[in-house]
Write a protein that binds this ligand. Structure first.
Ligand SMILES: [Ca+2]
Length: 432
């Protein structure tokens, strides 16, 4: 597993959009109890003095892990804590997020178009990556697109400061300490500089948002300059992602999965991604692909195993997923996240959207539509910051207020319903 999401398990459906973007930046935090606000939580933090003591006390552990004493002293000498990362660690979303909101923001036409541009731009590199690791270009580029929006959003937290703080405060200090030490070993090796090592608050960095320990294990030098550089070398980043998937069990030439039709009356209780069964058993139970064609096609055979994944229950889209889905899942340990990458890779190959609609009367919106909603809210005078397409708590509260005015259910969701109302109101105003 690439990063710390195992701490929080499969909680990502409870995340706000702001937090979904944090996934892209390599971190997830969400649990279900109310958050303490940052001014209150700051009072419980240790003083800077305690931080310096803590860092000094970690020196022997760092040295035991392979960091030289000189390296440790050099990089901790002027290190100061940044307690905002503890607020991020403790952040609890106020709103829950259904999977259709999650998917519609991560896999929208904008990301498909940009992904196709990147595939064209890096065609030669991707061909060589595919030849070396057996992972298709579209899958590698889909990871890149979901992780950092193709390198646009890779995080701004200085890694040593963020990981140093997380090593001395808050939950999971031992986990963050090993990442803190790994960061110093990377610097010691000379692959990257301190200035390059900026990332998410939790320490994931570069185009493909590897944690430092993952970088040590799996990053590769693919452009041949002798350095493994996930920050400024796209070829290194793409090949490292392919290497991650290959080491995670990727099977060349096999699909991640596909959407299926659940036969009428079939019992699907207990079925899951993990509960894999031979394809013959799904065929015998009457399952077909969603377009009605047989499950077994191409290089698939009876004995290959797949699990039935129903991310929104039996009334939403259902998928048979193979080992390659698990390899993608290893990237962030959330089924919705893996499905976003899998679906984006299909879209990049020219396949269409899911056939079965999500079980909702208020479908999700693309990032372009979210920006449109935010622009209407700004026009109405709501203080929601920039129209950046990221639906944070402020945007959600503004949507809630509008929904209450309209007598709609105050979900705070940036869905198609509120978009359509705001669009009509705006058109009306322009007419007057
Ligand atoms: Ca390199």
């Amino acid at each position: 597993m690439k990063r710390l999401s195992f701490i929080f398990g499969s909680m990502c459906l409870a995340m706000t959009q702001a937090n979904a973007e944090l996934i892209i930046n390599g971190s997830t935090t969400s649990t279900v109890t109310p958050v303490q606000n940052s001014s209150a939580s700051n009072q419980s933090y240790s003083s800077n003095n305690n931080f310096q003591n803590c860092i000094a006390n970690l020196r022997s552990q760092a040295v035991a892990s392979g960091v030289s004493g000189d390296t440790y002293d050099r990089y901790t000498q002027n290190l100061t804590p940044d307690y905002s990362v503890i607020d991020k660690l403790n952040y609890q979303p106020e709103f829950s997020k259904p999977i259709w909101d999650y998917m519609s923001g991560l896999v929208d036409q904008e990301r498909v178009d940009k992904g196709r541009e990147k595939i064209a731009q890096y065609r030669d590199v991707l061909n060589r990556v595919q030849a070396a690791y057996g992972v298709p270009a579209e899958t590698v580029v889909a990871v890149w697109g979901v992780e950092s929006n193709f390198g646009d959003i890779s995080g701004k937290y200085p890694l040593l400061q963020a990981l140093g703080t997380l090593s001395c405060e808050g939950r999971r200090q031992s986990y963050f300490r090993s990442e803190f030490f790994a960061t110093m070993r990377i610097l010691q090796r000379g692959d990257l500089t301190v200035d390059q090592l900026k990332g998410s608050w939790a320490g994931a960095f570069g185009h493909t948002q590897f944690m430092p320990s993952t970088y040590e294990r799996l990053a590769v030098d693919f452009d041949g300059d002798g350095r493994r550089d996930l920050v400024s070398s796209v070829p290194d980043a793409l090949a490292s992602t392919a290497n991650f998937l290959k080491k995670g069990g990727w099977q060349t030439g096999m699909p991640w999965g596909f959407e299926v039709k659940i036969p009428a009356g079939a019992s699907v209780a207990g079925e899951s991604r993990r509960n894999k069964k031979p394809l013959s058993s799904w065929v015998n139970r009457g399952f077909t692909r969603v377009d009605g064609t047989p499950i077994i096609q191409g290089n698939l055979s009876d004995s290959i195993s797949a699990g039935l994944m129903m991310p929104a229950g039996a009334n939403g889209p259902a998928f048979l997923v193979f080992k390659n889905f698990d390899a993608i899942y290893g990237y962030n340990a959330a089924e919705s996240y893996a499905l976003a990458i899998a679906h984006l890779s299909d879209r990049l190959q020219g396949k269409g959207e899911f056939v079965t609609p999500w079980p909702t009367d208020d479908a999700g919106t693309s990032r372009a539509e979210r920006r449109e909603i935010q622009n209407y809210l700004l026009k109405k005078g709501y203080d929601i910051g920039d129209a950046d397409g990221l639906i944070g708590d402020k945007t959600r509260q503004a949507i809630q207020q509008e929904q209450m005015k309209l007598g709609l259910k105050a979900t705070g969701r940036a869905g198609q319903q509120i978009l359509s109302v705001l669009r009509n109101q705006n058109a009306g105003q322009i007419m007057q």
